[in-house]
Design a binder for this molecule. Structure first.
Ligand SMILES: [Zn+2]
Length: 176
């Protein structure tokens, strides 16, 4: 169980030169692009990072992250808890030309003035880890089986329910 908080910025070349390991938490509500994409989030993402220099002198970050996100169900658009987890291998670059030289095994990560914005980097990886679509189990979903078989494109045409009664019914339904 991680308890420490990761800083928003680090000096990744120094960390790589010392082969440093970092691990810790970042608050999910700090990720504004993620919130815009899938709605408000609570809790933390757990992050593990190893900074290294490979035999080709590439400065790398081997990383892993894990979080429980609230993602909108594709059928009813109400949020549902979904665990996401991903591993990534990043190559530090200072410009686009260097990014193009990286092998396909590495994703480029931009380092400017020796500084890496860890918040942006972790948010990028979280967004990449999002599943294509999530659905409640049919018994828990606000959209009934009847509506599904009518052939209507429910997710595209339906607005999220605003009625507090609907919200309550949904909460009760989730306890089963
Ligand atoms: Zn649903």
């Amino acid at each position: 169980m991680l308890t420490t908080r990761l800083p928003g910025r680090v000096e990744p070349y120094k960390l790589a030169a010392r082969a440093e390991h970092m691990e810790g938490l970042m608050a999910l509500d700090a990720f504004t692009r993620l919130t815009e994409a899938v709605g408000p989030q609570q809790g933390d993402v757990e992050v593990w990072l190893d900074f290294t220099i490979d035999p080709q002198r590439r400065h790398e970050i081997h990383g892993r992250l894990r979080a429980t996100l609230q993602l909108p169900c594709r059928r009813c658009l109400r949020p549902m808890a979904q665990e996401v987890e991903s591993e990534f291998l990043l190559g530090m670059v200072s410009n686009d030309a260097l990014a193009a030289e990286l092998p396909s095994t590495h994703e480029p990560v931009l380092v400017e003035d020796e500084q890496l914005n860890l918040l942006t980097m972790v948010e990028d990886e979280l967004i990449l880890s999002l599943p294509q679509a999530v659905y409640h189990d049919e018994a828990d979903c606000a959209v009934s089986r009847d509506q599904l078989t009518s052939g209507e494109d429910v997710a595209a045409s339906r607005e999220p329910a605003a009625s507090p009664f609907d919200v309550l019914r949904h909460l009760k339904g989730k306890k089963h």
